[in-house]
Design a protein. Structure first.
Length: 122
């Protein structure tokens, strides 16, 4: 798997963040926008800190996105990418890891409620 990350954050730092906020598997539609581009994809996992967006055309690390899914509209930043590599047998999950940014208290509460709802259903 080929991952591209922003900043000098190590894989260990990212793993620690994932452990602090358990991920829940989902199949959830997401609309996301960057500048004048609006795209549609699927979220395959979600936590209180971010999502994984399954897409063959991920944005570059560091890109800020407007995300809309379920009843939420949030801001996020692409922090890592698994690029699409046609024909590669280990390229089953191309996409991008997105960290939520600039969450206010109400937005965080709604997000946590959504994550708990999906965790309860699984």
């Amino acid at each position: 798997m080929t991952l591209t990350m922003t900043s000098p954050r190590s894989v260990d730092e990212l793993a620690d963040e994932f452990r602090r906020a358990p991920r829940v598997l989902v199949d959830l539609e997401v609309d996301y926008g960057h500048e004048d581009n609006y795209l549609f994809a699927y979220i395959t996992n979600i936590s209180a800190t971010g999502i994984f967006v399954h897409t063959t055309t991920p944005e570059e690390p560091g890109t800020h996105l407007n995300l809309r899914f379920d009843t939420l509209e949030l801001e996020g930043e692409v922090i890592w990418v698994n690029p699409y590599r046609p024909g590669a047998p280990d390229n089953l999950h191309p996409g991008m890891g997105v960290r939520f940014i600039d969450l206010d208290d109400a937005g965080r509460d709604r997000l946590i409620t959504l994550v708990r709802r999906f965790a309860y259903l699984t």
